[in-house]
Ligand binder design. Structure first.
Ligand SMILES: NC(=O)c1ccc[n+]([C@@H]2O[C@H](COP(=O)([O-])OP(=O)(O)OC[C@H]3O[C@@H](n4cnc5c(N)ncnc54)[C@H](OP(=O)(O)O)[C@@H]3O)[C@@H](O)[C@H]2O)c1
Length: 307
C-alpha cells in the first residue's frame, strides 16, 4: 500500500510517500481502509521531533475517517472514525491507505456528510465541541477565541454561531492581514495578539485558549467575574504553566477548565455529527490534498498565511 513514512525528524520534506506492506491483522485489532484524515498541529510537533516518546520510522496521523476492511467485531464496510489512543505515535497512524487499529478506539458512525466535512471531525470539530460544552456557554456571554485562525478556533466559532447566531465572538491572530478573513468567516471582532499580550482592555465571559500556557496569564487579565477559560491548545509551544499559584494567578470568581480529545466515546462522536447536521453547521476542509501531497499540507499549515 501507499503511505507517508517519516524516518527522521525535520521539515515537511522528511515525510516520504512510499510503498509499505499492508498491515497484517492481529487479535483485538481491525484493518481500516482510510477515506480521509485531517492534518493536526500536534503532527507538526511530532515531525519536528518534539514528541520524545514517538520513535521513527513511523506513519504519522492521529486520526482518520474510514471503513472497516477486516474485523472480528465490526461489519465490513461500516464507516468509522478513529482518534488518538497512540495512533500515529506508538503505532502507525492515518497517513496511509490502510491502518490497523485497536478495536476499542474504533467509533462506528452513521452519517451522510461528505468526506471533506467528515475529515474535519475527529480532532478539530470534536475538540472544538468538547471545549464548547465545558465552557457552559449561553447566548448572553461574550466569547473570546484565542488562536482563532487555527482549525479548532474556526470550528469552535462555527459550532457556537450555528446554535446562537447572535452571540458575540471575538477572535485573535498575531497577523493584521488575517483580520478581514476572520470577520468574513463569521467572527464579530478581531483582537491582535502581540507577543502573547492581547492588544485590548476588553474582558470576556468565556475564553477558549488555544495558545495555552505561553499566553494563559495574559488571558486571565481579560476575564470578567464568573467567567470560564478552557485551556485546549498549545500553539504557543509551552506545555505547562510554571509556578502556577491558583489563589494569586486566577482572576476573581472565575473558573479554569480544559479539554482533551483523548476523552472520547462513540456516543460523543455521534453527538457532534448529529449537532452539525441539526444546526446545519458549515464545516469543511480548508484545503484538500492527495496522500502524496502530505508534505505540502504540512507546509501549508505551518506557513505564515495558514488559516
Ligand atoms: N486538547 C486537545 O485534545 C487538542 C486537540 C486538537 C488540537 N489541540 C491543540 O489546539 C491547538 C490548535 O490546533 P490546530 O490543529 O487547530 O492548529 P492549526 O490549525 O495548526 O493552527 C494554526 C494557527 O496557529 C497559530 N500559531 C502558530 N504558531 C503560533 C505561535 N507560536 N503562537 C501563537 N499562535 C501560533 C497561527 O495563527 P496566527 O498566525 O493567526 O496568529 C496559525 O494560523 C494546537 O495547539 C493543538 O495542539 C488540542
Amino acid at each position: 500500500m501507499k503511505a507517508v513514512v517519516i524516518y527522521e525528524a525535520g521539515g515537511p520534506e522528511k515525510l516520504i510517500y512510499t510503498d509499505v506492506p499492508k498491515p497484517e491483522m492481529k487479535e483485538g485489532w481491525s484493518l481500516i481502509k482510510i477515506q480521509a484524515f485531517g492534518i493536526n498541529h500536534s503532527e507538526i510537533f511530532t515531525r519536528k521531533g518534539q514528541s520524545p516518546s514517538v520513535k521513527f520510522p513511523r506513519i504519522l496521523g492521529i486520526e482518520c475517517v474510514g471503513v472497516i476492511e477486516e474485523s472480528e467485531v465490526y461489519p465490513k464496510g461500516q464507516q468509522i472514525i478513529s482518534i488518538m489512543g497512540e495512533m500515529g505515535r506508538a503505532f502507525d497512524g492515518g497517513y496511509a491507505e490502510y491502518t490497523l487499529l485497536p478495536n476499542e478506539q474504533i467509533y462506528p458512525i452513521e452519517s451522510d456528510l461528505p468526506l471533506e466535512t467528515l475529515a474535519a471531525f475527529p480532532e478539530t470539530c470534536y475538540t472544538a465541541y468538547g471545549s464548547m460544552l465545558n465552557l457552559n456557554i449561553d447566548e448572553g456571554n461574550s466569547v473570546l477565541v484565542r488562536g482563532a485562525t487555527s482549525g479548532v478556533g474556526v470550528a469552535f466559532m462555527k459550532l457556537l454561531k450555528a446554535q446562537y447566531p447572535n452571540i458575540r465572538i471575538t477572535g485573535t491572530s498575531r497577523k493584521e492581514k488575517k483580520v478581514q478573513r476572520l470577520i468574513d468567516e463569521g467572527f464579530d471582532e478581531v483582537v491582535i495578539d502581540k507577543d502573547n499580550a492581547l492588544q485590548t482592555d476588553k474582558k470576556f465571559d468565556r475564553v477558549i485558549d488555544l495558545i495555552g500556557p505561553a499566553a494563559l496569564r495574559d488571558t486571565f487579565l481579560h476575564m470578567n467575574p464568573n467567567s470560564i477559560v478552557c485551556c485546549t491548545g498549545l500553539l504557543g509551544g509551552i506545555w505547562a504553566l510554571p509556578e502556577f499559584d491558583p489563589l494569586e494567578d486566577m482572576p476573581p470568581d472565575s473558573y479554569l477548565t480544559s479539554f482533551h480529545s483523548g476523552n472520547v466515546t462513540a456516543a460523543k462522536m455521534q453527538a457532534i455529527i448529529d449537532y452539525i447536521k441539526e444546526h446545519k453547521v458549515d464545516i469543511k476542509a480548508e484545503k484538500v490534498f492527495a496522500l502524496n501531497e502530505v508534505p505540502k499540507s504540512h507546509e501549508n499549515l505551518e506557513s505564515a498565511d495558514s488559516f
